[in-house]
Write a protein that binds this ligand. Structure first.
Ligand SMILES: NC(=O)c1ccc[n+]([C@@H]2O[C@H](COP(=O)([O-])OP(=O)(O)OC[C@H]3O[C@@H](n4cnc5c(N)ncnc54)[C@H](OP(=O)(O)O)[C@@H]3O)[C@@H](O)[C@H]2O)c1
Length: 252
């Protein structure tokens, strides 16, 4: 664990999976890390792992579907310190034929993935701008935000929206030295409960692997390493970019 104090970073959706790996990577790099889940108790395992390794972790509740929840989180964090790095990781998936998608399905995915992420980014960016501080915002999109696939239309459209949010705000906030980048993972190997069902189907997994030039799935740790790099000094001239973490899937 690094002994330097880089300031306060916020990682959304860090109860397990990708967000937990991102939070651990930032803590190793010397960030104090605020982590969120919809219920604060879901943060326990990640918080314990970070503190056991000598890092500093602040568990918080956040529901991206609620503007009040976003405002309360940002106000609480700012009362402690400015958030200098934000990783927008939280998101929900939906696997459904386009013709079966209901208005409720659509609203649920868009509210959490796109609307909530935009307004959290706005709240953090606004405070940084008002304080005259620079910052790094990393948003976890998906290969489904760039490539077509069956049964992922709502999810993919929300993730494509995030990529365009990153490009728009990178240009608007570049003069304020606030950098925004998107990560576009393909299928990942993680400990997420949401991955358990499809991960146990060897035929499905074999088909997915055959499309990946590197012949292996990327991991949450791979995403964490890139998020930490972009949040740190190595990323100081990188903004408005989409970085695929997919073993070459999108290049094939
Ligand atoms: N895993 C993959 O293969 C993969 C591939 C490409 C992109 N991604 C993207 O990577 C990110 C993380 O994926 P993952 O597989 O690690 O996800 P996950 O295991 O399902 O975890 C999702 C996280 O988001 C939180 N969350 C869910 N709904 C929320 C809401 N309304 N407001 C705030 N937080 C909410 C969850 O909190 P609770 O614990 O409270 O439910 C959890 O911490 C997602 O954006 C996903 O789209 C994942």
């Amino acid at each position: 664990m690094s002994t330097s104090d880089r300031g306060l970073a916020l990682v959304t959706g860090a109860s397990y999976g990708v967000g937990a790996a991102v939070a651990k990577a930032l803590a190793r790099d010397g960030w104090r890390v605020a982590i969120t889940a919809t219920k604060i108790e879901n943060c326990a395992a990640t918080a314990e792992a970070i503190t056991a390794a000598g890092g500093s972790c602040l568990p918080c509740a956040l529901d991206l579907r609620s503007q009040d929840s976003i405002a309360a989180l940002v106000a609480r964090l700012w009362s402690e310190a400015p958030v200098r790095a934000l990783v927008n990781n939280a998101g929900v998936n939906l696997r459904r034929d386009a013709v079966e998608v209901s208005r409720e399905d659509w609203d649920e995915v868009m509210l959490a993935n796109l609307t909530g992420t935009f307004f959290l980014t706005q709240a953090v960016g606004k405070r940084l701008i008002e304080a005259g501080l620079d910052g790094s915002i990393v948003t976890v999109s998906s290969s489904h935000g760039m490539l077509g696939a069956p049964q992922r239309s709502t999810y993919g459209i929300s993730k494509a929206g995030l990529i365009q949010m990153v490009r728009m705000l990178a240009v608007e906030w570049g003069p304020k030295n606030i950098r925004l980048n998107a990560l576009a993972p393909g299928r990942l190997e993680t400990d997420s409960p949401s991955r358990a069902a499809s991960g146990s189907d060897p035929v499905y997994m074999g088909k997915m692997l055959s499309k990946i030039p590197l012949g292996r799935f990327a991991t949450g740790e791979d995403v964490g390493a890139m998020a930490a790099f972009l949040a740190g000094p190595g990323g100081r001239s990188i903004t408005g970019q989409v970085i695929a973490i997919d073993g070459g899937l999108s290049a094939a």
